[in-house]
Ligand binder design. Structure first.
Ligand code: HEC
Length: 553
């Protein structure tokens, strides 16, 4: 966007006056505060205000209250010059305001936003979903299209139905940890979305809502309401990773408080110091040369070893923190195939019987690796007793006390338990049909918490009662990917679509959503519940950063 020069000068003057430091105080509890307003709304609630010190890789953000006021605690901003940014859907902050923070003083910065006249570059995937005409069924198809890029690319394209069919076929040739800036092709003749069925009804519909028949959209572009009340009581800390193209798919903390991440598009395991943000990248050995690079699931066992699902490398990796070395376990040769994909594993019950659960996405087969003998066992693909269809496992999670496994059926709405001793399977059906449970965790009481991707819900299975309870995430099209329970009675989830995370108070059923400072694409969620209410850690899979979310109540 181009801003007229005169306006820029006027704005710079405005900011210069607004940023006068307040009265010196002996010990100010606030380092920087101010009010966010706009001509259209006056005081603006729910605006995310971000401050980054010159030269730092860490950005701190707070949210404005009902009077449009924000305040950064002095404990979070050390003295220095800060660049300020705002996030409020449909609005922009012209210019590049800065604030000088000095020890023991409260700096002031009142900031004025202006309404955007062109929204399309600013909409989240969820806002596109809310804006576009179409049936729920049609829109749900687009939940297949947000892993590598946003919906903007589709909505701004001018392909007719035939052209879009070719595009969708091309998409099937990319590795899931692809971005348009760093594409990776699948190897061999394997295609991910092959035999997906007839896309004709979808491409016929896409042709009517993209720019193939018109120069602009024939429907209004809508933004979602900003956070209010409880949703504004939060502090975000964003740690930029050394390169913007790092895709921190899973972010997890070990018992000593170190943060670890998997990189979906490269052969590195990342470790980050949670205080300084310093990152170490450990190169992971290649086990299947010529096949796509990157890992998905990151798990930590009872001895603080880090485990990774190596995707199309068709192996799992164990990283020993003491020796800083990897041990790789590859698929047995006779089971290998062009589509062999080891994204998911479970090790949190491995201390019980020395076995690791692994999923091979090619055929959604379930394997068990015996660590003592290094022998693999193929348990095949369990099927749904009602439909006789094969269970389309996404996440696989183990019970810490028994090493029983739970499979989350991303093809329908089942949770399948495999008894570690007897191998007997039990199938539980989610109350919402075709909810596509994606990933989750088994808590200390043996309850399975999971996200229902296509039902916008957090689910919980209690195997003792065989009951599944569900809670709706308030924002429609949240498409939650993962869920985790904290010992303080909250369950958390994050969205690949809305740039929001949600915290459920399990006792009251109240859900509080928090809007993140920047576009993210969130996969795994991890809660550090050593304090109450604890901190949520997520990876910004498309933003090259790790984000800590700290609710203030
Ligand atoms: C596995 C990653 C991946 C997924 C999933 C994906 N895309 Fe893409 N998409 C890409 C990449 C990489 C590009 C840029 C390179 C290209 O056009 O082939 C792209 C580009 C596009 C473009 C622009 C093409 C052009 O010629 O300008 C459209 C339209 C598109 N995708 C539609 C879709 C749709 C519809 C879906 C869901 C069915 C989808 N994408 C899912 C990776 C993906």
């Amino acid at each position: 966007m181009r801003i007229p020069a005169a306006l820029l000068v006027a704005f710079t003057l405005f900011v210069a006056f607004a940023l006068e430091p307040g009265k010196p105080q002996a010990q100010s509890a606030v380092a920087l505060s101010g009010q966010v307003t706009s001509a259209e709304e006056g005081a603006m609630e729910g605006v995310v205000v971000s401050a980054r010190r010159d030269g730092s890789t860490i950005t701190i953000s707070v949210v404005t209250d009902a009077q449009g006021r924000y305040a950064f605690p002095a404990s979070r901003l050390e003295p220095g010059k800060y660049a300020l940014k705002l996030r409020a859907s449909g609005f922009q902050l012209p210019g590049a305001p800065t604030a000088q923070v000095s020890a023991g003083q409260e700096a002031k910065a009142d900031l004025k936003m202006s309404k955007l006249r062109s929204l399309s570059a600013h909409l989240t995937n969820a806002e596109w979903m809310h804006s576009m005409p179409g049936t729920e069924q049609q829109k749900k198809f687009l939940l297949n299209c947000i892993g590598c890029h946003t919906l903007e690319r589709i909505m701004k394209s001018s392909y007719d139905a035939e052209g879009m069919t070719d595009v969708i076929n091309r998409m099937a040739t990319y590795y899931p940890g692809t971005t348009p800036l760093r594409p990776q092709r699948l190897a061999g003749n394997f295609q991910r979305m092959r035999d997906r069925g007839n896309v004709k009804p979808i491409v016929d519909w896409l042709e009517t809502i993209n720019l193939s028949r018109q120069d602009t959209w024939q429907f209004p572009l809508k933004t979602l309401p900003r956070p209010t009340g409880k949703s504004t009581k939060v502090i975000f800390t964003e740690y930029d990773l050394p390169e913007a193209h790092i895709q921190p798919h899973d972010v997890i903390m070990d018992s000593k408080g170190n943060v670890w991440y998997s990189d979906f598009g490269q052969m590195f395991l990342g470790k980050m110091d949670a205080v300084t943000g310093k990152v170490t990248q450990y190169p992971i050995p290649i086990t299947k040369p010529g096949w796509p690079l990157g890992s998905l699931d990151l798990e930590i066992d009872r001895d603080d070893n880090i485990w990774l699902g190596m995707m199309y490398q068709a192996s799992i990796a164990r990283f020993d923190q003491k020796t800083e070395t990897f041990k790789m376990y590859s698929i047995p040769k006779e089971w290998d195939s062009e589509g062999a994909q080891f994204g998911h594993l479970a090790v949190n019950g491995t201390h019980v019987d020395g076995k690791v659960w692994v999923k091979n996405s090619d055929g959604t087969k379930i394997y068990r690796l015996d660590l003592a003998t290094e022998k693999w066992e193929d348990l095949g693909a369990p099927s749904d007793p009602r439909t006789k269809r094969r269970i389309g496992t996404y996440g696989i999670h183990a019970d810490t006390a028994t090493n029983d496994a739970y499979l989350l059926d991303f093809a329908a709405g089942n949770i399948v338990k495999i008894d570690a001793k007897t191998r007997v399977t039990t199938v539980y059906l989610t109350p919402s049909p075709n909810s596509t449970p994606r990933r989750g965790r088994v808590d200390g009481e043996g309850r399975v918490w999971f996200a229902e991707y296509r039902a916008d819900r957090i689910g919980m299975l209690d195997p003792k009662t065989a009951q599944i309870v569900e809670w709706k995430v308030p924002t429609e099209w949240s498409a939650p990917y993962d869920a985790v329970f904290s010992r303080h009675g909250h369950a958390w989830t994050g969205s690949m679509v809305t740039d929001r995370v949600a915290r459920l108070d399990v006792e009251t059923g109240q859900v509080t959503e928090y809007t993140l400072p920047r576009p993210t694409n969130i996969r795994r969620v991890f809660v550090d519940d050593r304090s109450n209410p604890g901190h949520l850690w997520i990876g910004s899979n498309h933003g090259g950063s790790i984000v800590k979310v700290e609710p203030l109540d």
